[in-house]
Design a protein around this ligand. Structure first.
Ligand SMILES: [Zn+2]
Length: 174
C-alpha cells in the first residue's frame, strides 16, 4: 500500500489503529473547523491526548499534510467501521463559522488528492448518494457533529462527479 505523492509535509500521529482491517474503498472528507495550516493540524494530531487524526490534511494554501499512512486506520470519523475502509481528509476553512467556507485552492487540491487515492487503490469511481451506500462519506452521518459544514457538504456531489470524470480521463490515458 502506498501513500500520496502529493504530500508536502509529513507529521505522523500516534493516534491510529494499524494495519487497517479493510481494503480502502471510500473517502471521507472533513473540515478542520478552522483555517489551520497542515503544520498546525499536524501539531494537534501528534498529541496522544487528542485521540484524533486523519490520513491527510489540506491547507487553504493547497498544501497537503500526511498524518496517518494509508496502510493504517485514522481516528477521524467516530466510526471504526468507516475509518477502516476510508481515507480521511481534513480540509481547512478559509472562513470560520457560518457556512464554514472552503477556498477554491483547497477544494481543487482535495479533488486532486481524491483522484490520486482512487487511482492507487483501484477505486473505480467516487459516488455520492447522500448516505453510506455511496463511497464518499460525511462525518456527520456517524456522530453528532456539523462536520464537514454546510459549504463543503454542498460540494460533495460536485466533488464526486469531478473525481469520477478525471479518473475516467486518467484511465483512458488522456
Ligand atoms: Zn470530521
Amino acid at each position: 500500500m502506498s501513500n500520496s505523492s502529493l504530500v508536502d509535509y509529513v507529521c505522523l500521529s500516534p493516534n491510529f489503529t494499524g494495519p487497517r482491517e479493510n481494503k480502502i474503498d471510500r473517502i471521507t472528507i472533513h473540515h478542520m473547523a478552522g483555517d489551520l495550516s497542515v503544520e498546525v493540524c499536524g501539531n494537534i494530531f501528534i498529541k496522544p491526548e487528542r485521540k484524533a487524526s486523519s490520513n491527510y490534511g489540506v491547507g487553504s494554501d493547497g498544501r497537503v499534510g500526511m498524518y496517518v499512512e494509508e496502510i493504517n486506520r485514522s481516528w477521524c470519523s467516530s466510526s471504526p467501521e468507516n475509518d477502516h475502509r476510508a481515507i480521511t481528509i481534513e480540509v481547512a476553512n478559509d472562513i470560520c463559522g457560518g457556512e464554514w467556507h472552503v477556498g477554491d485552492v483547497a477544494l481543487e487540491k482535495t479533488i486532486e488528492l481524491c483522484v490520486d487515492i482512487c487511482l492507487r487503490n483501484d477505486i473505480p469511481e467516487l459516488v455520492y448518494t447522500g448516505d453510506t451506500t455511496g463511497n464518499l462519506t460525511m462525518h456527520r452521518w456517524f456522530s453528532a457533529t456539523l462536520c464537514p459544514g454546510p459549504y463543503l457538504a454542498s460540494k460533495f456531489p460536485y466533488i464526486a462527479e469531478e473525481v469520477t470524470r478525471r479518473l475516467k480521463l486518467a484511465r483512458e490515458g488522456k
